[in-house]
Each structure stands twice: as C-alpha cells, then as structure tokens.
Design a protein around this ligand. Structure first.
Ligand SMILES: NC(=O)c1ccc[n+]([C@@H]2O[C@H](COP(=O)([O-])OP(=O)(O)OC[C@H]3O[C@@H](n4cnc5c(N)ncnc54)[C@H](O)[C@@H]3O)[C@@H](O)[C@H]2O)c1
Length: 257
C-alpha cells in the first residue's frame, strides 16, 4: 500500500513545475490525482505520463483559478472522476517583480487574483467535497517570500504572506467545526521550475545566474521539485494527521539568516 493510497487529490497548476511533480509523486504513492491548469495541453501531457506508469491514476482538466465558474466545474468533474476529493493542493501561481514605486495597479491586482484570491474561492468551493471525504487535507503553496520580504517583490510578498495567515484561519475553522480537515502552508525557496528562469536571467543567465541565486542559500543549491514533493506527500497522507495551521519551509536554511 502506498502512503497516500485511496487519497483523491485536486492539484491546481498541475501542468508543469511543482504541481506536475506533486502529481507524479502522489500517484507513485497510490493516490488519484486531478491535474488542473490554464495550460490544458501541459496538464494533459503530465497526466498521460503518469497514466503510463499508473493506469487511470491521473486526469487533466482545463481550469483558470481566477474563475469561480471554472472552479465549480472542475471540482465537480474531478469529484466525478475520482469518486470524491479528499486533498486540495492550491499550487497555481505566478511570480511577479515590482517595488512600491514601479508596481502597477494591474500587476498588483493580477498577482493577488492568481496567487491569493483563487485560494479563497477554490477552498470555499472545495469544502463540501472535503467534508464528504474526511480525513481531508488542504495544502497551500506559499513561498519563503511569504515570510521574508524583498524590495522588488511587493505584490508577491503581500499575496504569499496572506496565503500563510489565511491557511491558519481555515485550519482553525475546520478544527473548531469538528471537521477532520487540516490546512497547512508550504514555503519553498528558489526551486528548479520555469518560474525561476527570469530570476536566473536577471543574474546574467545560465550557470552564472544560478550561482547568484544559490549564494543566498546556506545549503548552496537550488531546491529540486522533489524536495518540496516529499513534504506534500507527508501533508497529503494521514502521517500528518495531527498537523494543522503550520507552515513548512523547504528553503535550504535561507530564512534562518
Ligand atoms: N519554483 C520556485 O522557486 C517557487 C518558490 C516558492 C514558491 N513557489 C510557488 O509554487 C507554485 C508553483 O510554481 P512553479 O514553480 O511550479 O511555477 P510554474 O510557473 O512552473 O508553474 C505554475 C503553473 O501554474 C499555472 N497557472 C498560472 N496561472 C494560472 C491560472 N490563472 N489558472 C490556472 N493555472 C495557472 C501555470 O500554467 C503553470 O503550469 C506557485 O504558487 C509559486 O508561487 C515556487
């Protein structure tokens, strides 16, 4: 039996990067996964690769996380396909740069819409499914940028910090309501996915650009998606049954400095 056998996991941003890795690792441990993404083709390719190894384990759904209608539809479709939803991973997100003098109204709004508001809408709409499939787990992907600030990450800092605190509020509501549904946030440092490419470019690109990012990390390397994935498998599984309202830093030590 896998560590998450029987779990029915809904993953946003599942086409590539961290979300795709979570899908692969959870399927490896026995879960069913619904990979949703605005990039449907990418989600479909990831699901197909998972199904090659674990037939019937994955489905792909087109989903814009900023749309309430999309959430309603994809949750219903995923629940039909997996016979319920017991784990929600709010992973879809964008990285944006801008300081208090350069950030635009549109940039501020878009960052919060995708990285924060989507989690409010999606978690609210997923609650009935999670209540019907207890024990449940909600895993919100924040960032170390939700804990430590950077002058050039104004909107991203704001959205990711809010994700951490919102996760605690959700966790407390569930606990006080007597639901066996936990909610935690996960805070990766720079991890090797397409989202860090612009940061590597900013540092001069290639090995040189990567070196500049890595210099800030005590363990002296970028995170790999699997480094975060191990934490996700734990939080999705019943091994973490007493863990709620917590934040998990997968950061090579960066926030200790
Ligand atoms: N990789 C890192 O260094 C890092 C560090 C800290 C936090 N994070 C967070 O991890 C999460 C995943 O990022 P990643 O590194 O895999 O990046 P990524 O860019 O590789 O993947 C993000 C995915 O989200 C999808 N997406 C974007 N907007 C969407 C929308 N409106 N609706 C649905 N899907 C949408 C994209 O299509 C993409 O597949 C994000 O929330 C990101 O902020 C990443």
């Amino acid at each position: 039996m896998g560590r998450v056998a029987g779990k029915k996991v809904f993953i946003t941003g599942g086409a590539q990067g961290l979300g795709a890795c979570f899908g692969r690792m959870l399927a490896e441990e026995g879960a069913k996964v619904a990979l949703t993404d605005i990039n449907y083709q990418g989600a479909e390719q990831t699901a197909a690769a998972i199904n090659e190894k674990h037939p019937g384990a994955a489905i792909a759904l087109h989903h814009d996380v900023t749309s309430r209608e999309d959430w309603e539809q994809t949750l219903a479709e995923a629940a039909r396909a997996m016979d319920g939803i017991s784990v929600l991973i709010n992973n879809a997100g964008i990285g944006t740069a801008g300081n208090i003098e350069t950030e635009t109204d549109e940039g501020w709004r878009r960052t919060h819409e995708i990285d924060l508001d989507s989690i409010f809408i999606g978690t609210q709409l997923a609650m009935p499914y999670l209540k019907d499939n207890q024990p449940g787990s909600i895993i919100n992907i924040s960032s170390v940028a939700g804990m430590v600030a950077d002058g050039m990450m104004l909107a991203y800092n704001s959205a990711k910090a809010a994700v951490m605190h919102m996760s605690k509020s959700v966790a407390l509501h569930c606990a006080r309501s007597g639901y066996d549904i936990r909610c935690n946030s996960v805070h990766p440092v720079f991890t090797r996915t397409p989202i860090v490419d612009p940061l590597i470019e900013l540092g001069g690109g290639g090995a040189e650009g990567e070196k500049k990012l890595v210099r800030q990390i005590p363990l002296r390397r970028l995170g790999e998606p699997e480094d975060v994935g191990y934490c996700i498998v734990y939080l999705a599984s019943d091994e973490s049954r007493f863990v709620t309202a917590s934040e998990f830093k997968i950061d090579g030590g960066i926030t200790a400095q």
